[in-house]
Design a binder for this molecule. Structure first.
Ligand code: KIV
Ligand code: ZN
Length: 387
């Protein structure tokens, strides 16, 4: 099927790579609810689980496959027949099933994980794709630890699995090892050296061990990958995966990238909250896009500039990600403009000298407290009027 060459397919793996994090396990009912929310958000592919890993995961994939209508439902396997058979069975009722199979591509994985050779691994990779093709048309192959793999071998592997029928080839930086320019170069090399690359989509799957997951994923997209594997809130193995909310807002904010995606960004904040609470995984306050402080302005200089024109300090509108509202937070670092903004909002319209007094009282109070709320302001104004 022909598609817009600039469209980035959003592959969500919150329910697979995200859910394998200790403490984040969900039951089937919770997974169905989240899968439906992901469908509503507009994701293109939902990785529903790793069916052979446990009876619970198998059941979740079965149920998600039954409930989801539009997105592709994908199940993970290793490169062996049993895994593939179980995944195919779990996906039986999916409208658009995909099997995601693969094997290690780096010499480190080939030698110390599989005790094998490049030649043997290549045969296993091709056999796995061919076997999965017996069950479903749409087969994605992952070249695990591609971030550290020899580029010539990786090129050979990608070409071989596409020839065997892979529709998507995932180039995971499994250990979050690459620098953005290195990862981008890898994708560029594959785009230019794999003979049959026009027959498949390259996918990026970047881990965050060095805090570079999103930067690497974007570098991959800039060099021709057209699927990004990501999770809500960036959850995933160890330091996590590429955060979907970051990729989506980068694509929307930087139109010069020339990319687009199907995500309804206004639903991001709400879903982030759902995932965080269902998975018992708090979001750090300074997390990009969805953190508690992502749209709070606390220093006097920023508050003054923000109140004059919010674009001075806001490159994303909170409403574009469904964030309740930007906040001018009152702390000891706030200036008069911020205090006036809040006093006006509470109905205290003050002359300049009264505002000066109020500001001195506010600073004394703010030095004693972490943050000042509406109640504190009312108390402060009451005391000021009595004085
Ligand atoms: O990080 C990784 O390599 C993976 C694969 C199983 C796709 O999650
Ligand atoms: Zn992963």
């Amino acid at each position: 099927m022909l598609h817009d060459p600039n469209q980035v397919f959003i592959f969500d793996t919150t329910l697979r790579d995200g859910e394998q994090v200790p403490g984040c396990q969900l039951n089937t009912a919770q997974k169905i609810e989240i899968a439906l929310a992901l469908e509503d958000l507009g994701v293109d592919v939902i990785e529903a689980g790793f069916p052979i890993s446990s009876p619970g995961d198998y059941q979740s994939v079965v149920q998600i496959a039954k409930h989801i209508k539009r997105p592709i439902v994908c199940a993970l396997t290793r490169a062996n027949k049993k895994d593939i058979e179980v995944a195919a069975e779990a996906l039986k009722n999916a409208q658009r099933p995909r099997i995601h199979t693969g094997i290690g591509a780096s010499d480190m994985h080939i030698k110390t994980k599989f005790n094998s050779t490049r030649a043997e691994i290549l045969v296993r990779a091709v056999e796995a794709v061919k076997y999965a093709k017996r069950y479903v048309e749409d087969v994605e192959f992952y070249a695990e630890d591609a971030g550290r793999a020899d580029i010539e071998f990786l090129t050979q592997m990608v070409e071989a699995v596409i020839a065997a029928g892979a529709t998507v080839v995932n180039i995971p930086d499994t250990n979050g090892y690459c620098l953005p320019h290195q990862y981008g170069e890898k994708i560029k090399h594959l785009k230019t050296h794999v003979q049959n690359i026009d027959q498949a989509i390259l996918s990026v799957h970047c881990h965050n061990d060095l805090g570079l997951a999103t930067a690497n994923a974007i570098a991959g997209l800039q060099h021709g990958a057209r699927q990004v594997e990501c999770t809500i809130n960036g959850i995933g193995e160890r330091a996590g995966n590429t955060a979907m909310e970051e990729v989506v807002m980068i694509i929307k904010t930087h139109q010069s990238l020339g990319l687009n995606c199907n995500i309804r960004s206004q639903g991001i904040y709400n879903l982030s909250k759902v995932i965080s609470s269902e998975m018992n995984m708090p979001v750090q306050p300074n997390k990009a896009i969805i953190g508690g402080n992502a749209f709070s302005h606390s220093s006097g200089i920023h508050q003054d500039g923000y109140l004059k024109n919010r674009e001075n300090y806001e490159i994303i509108k909170p409403e574009d990600v469904g964030y309740p509202a930007a906040a001018i937070v009152l702390t000891a670092r706030s200036g008069r403009a911020a205090l006036k903004h809040h006093l006006d909002r509470l109905g205290y319209v003050l002359e300049k000298n009264h505002l000066d007094n109020a500001y001195q009282n506010f600073l004394m109070l703010a030095d004693q407290k972490q943050g000042i709320n509406d109640f504190d302001l009312h108390q402060m104004m009451k005391a000021q009027r009595r004085a």
